[in-house]
Design a protein around this ligand. Structure first.
Ligand SMILES: [Zn+2]
Length: 200
C-alpha cells in the first residue's frame, strides 16, 4: 500500500525514469509540482507536450526542427558545399557553440552497431549519399565520435562516398580517442575542426 494518491504515485514514478533523477528527487519534484500554481505546472506539461508534438527532423539534414527545413539549412550564409556528418542533434549543438562552423550538417541518428542491432539502413546514410550524389558538395567532414563505433561508421560512409570523388575529412585527433563530441570542450572542438585531415 502506498501512502500517496494514485496520481501522485504516477508522477513520482514517471519523473523517476528521467536520467539522473533518483526516487528521492522524483518525490521532491513531484511535491514541488503539486504545490505549484496551476498555470506554472501546466507550462511544464505543455513544454513536454510541445517537444513531442512540434519537433521533427529537417527533411534535408535530419537535425531537429519545428519546420520542414531547419534554421541551418535555411541560412543563406552557410556553405552548402561542405557537409559535416554527426551522430546526433546534440553534436550539432556542441559544434555550433564553437562558432567555427559555416557549413551545413547531416545527422545520422546514431552509429552503426550490429551488436546493438543498429544497421546502416537504420541511419540516414542513404540520404547522405543521395545529397552528395546530387553534386555541388566539395567536402564531407566526418564528425562522428572518436571511438570505435564512430570510427567504424565514418569508414563505412567514406567507402560509400569514395566513388563520388568528394573530398572526405575527419576531425583531427585532438579529441581523445574514446571521447564524444557532445562532451568535448569548445577549444578542443575548434582545434579538431581546424586540424581536420583527409581520409583515404
Ligand atoms: Zn537541416
Amino acid at each position: 500500500m502506498s501512502v500517496y494518491t494514485e496520481s501522485l504515485n504516477k508522477l513520482i514514478e514517471e519523473l523517476g525514469k528521467l536520467p539522473g533523477v533518483g526516487p528521492k528527487t522524483a518525490e521532491r519534484l513531484s511535491f514541488y509540482i503539486l504545490k505549484a500554481e496551476p498555470a506554472e505546472a501546466m507550462k511544464l506539461a505543455r513544454a513536454i507536450s510541445d517537444v513531442k508534438n512540434k519537433i521533427k527532423h529537417c527533411e534535408i539534414c535530419y537535425n531537429l526542427s519545428e519546420e520542414a527545413t531547419c534554421q541551418i539549412c535555411c541560412d543563406p550564409r552557410r556553405d552548402k558545399a561542405i557537409i559535416c556528418v554527426v551522430e546526433q542533434p546534440k553534436d550539432v549543438i556542441a559544434l555550433e557553440k564553437t562558432g567555427a562552423c559555416k557549413w551545413v550538417y547531416h545527422v545520422l541518428g546514431g552509429h552503426i552497431a550490429p551488436l546493438e542491432g543498429v544497421e546502416p539502413s537504420d541511419l540516414t546514410i542513404d540520404k547522405l549519399v543521395e545529397r552528395v550524389r546530387k553534386g555541388n558538395v566539395k567536402e564531407v567532414i566526418m564528425a562522428t565520435n572518436p571511438n570505435m563505433a564512430g570510427d567504424g561508421t565514418a569508414l563505412y560512409i567514406s567507402s560509400l562516398l569514395k566513388p563520388t570523388g568528394v573530398k572526405i575529412t575527419r576531425l583531427a585527433r585532438g579529441l581523445a580517442t574514446g571521447s564524444t563530441i557532445e562532451y568535448a570542450s569548445g577549444k578542443m572542438l575548434t582545434d579538431a575542426i581546424i586540424g581536420r585531415q583527409q581520409l583515404q
